[in-house]
Design a protein around this ligand. Structure first.
Ligand SMILES: [Fe+2]
Length: 200
């Protein structure tokens, strides 16, 4: 991918996040945008590699982007009647990012944030109790805690620890009133461009 194309893609993505992320984060008291910015900021503060920071920033992009943006979204989207968000938004987001040229690691991390919740609820009851009620409610629609072979497969995934970290930042990224101390989406422009360029 050339510089111009990487820049254009990064710009369009950040603009989409800012424009469409203004809506409520399903069942929570902050916007989708603030939620994503808080998740990315936590990743950055923890010293995560760029791919993980990008995944944290874009983990809910499948929840945010207009449906016509991806053909998978049109084909697979089901809006839950229980208002728990777009069912399958993690896969929608991952395939959207893949179509834009993001790495397999970024796409897998984005795709995993629901699986990581299913993993953590399977191994730790306290984790389940710590989830917001909206997140507990959506778990049921997401297949519930992992069991058997699913649990085993997640456990052995080489990206497991990063998937778990992303999930924990996701869960914690629901704090009201910290906009001024949370970097804005444009702050991530350069790492997204560098990522897209490097990947090509
Ligand atoms: Fe999220």
């Amino acid at each position: 991918m050339n510089q111009h194309s990487a820049q254009e893609k990064a710009k369009a993505l950040i603009s989409a996040l800012e424009e469409y992320g203004q809506g409520d984060y399903i069942g929570e008291s902050i916007s989708q945008l603030e939620h994503c910015l808080q998740a990315a900021h936590q990743a950055q503060k923890a010293g995560a590699r760029d791919e993980l920071v990008i995944a944290a920033l874009l983990h809910d992009i499948g929840q945010i982007i207009p449906l016509e943006s991806t053909k998978e979204a049109r084909m697979t989207l089901r809006q839950s009647t229980e208002n728990v968000g777009r069912v399958g938004h993690e896969a929608i987001g991952a395939s959207y990012l893949e179509s834009l040229g993001f790495s397999e690691v970024v796409c897998r991390l984005v795709d995993s944030h629901v699986a990581a919740k299913r993993y953590l609820t399977a191994i730790n009851r306290d984790y389940y109790e710590s989830l917001s009620s909206a997140s507990q409610k959506s778990l049921a629609f997401q297949g519930g805690p992992f069991q058997g072979v699913d649990l085993e497969v997640f456990q052995q995934d080489p990206l497991r620890d990063e998937m778990v970290s992303l999930r924990l930042w996701d869960d914690a990224a629901k704090i009201e009133g910290i906009e001024t101390s949370t970097p804005r989406a444009w702050a991530y422009m350069n790492i997204i461009i560098a990522h897209l360029l490097h990947k090509a």
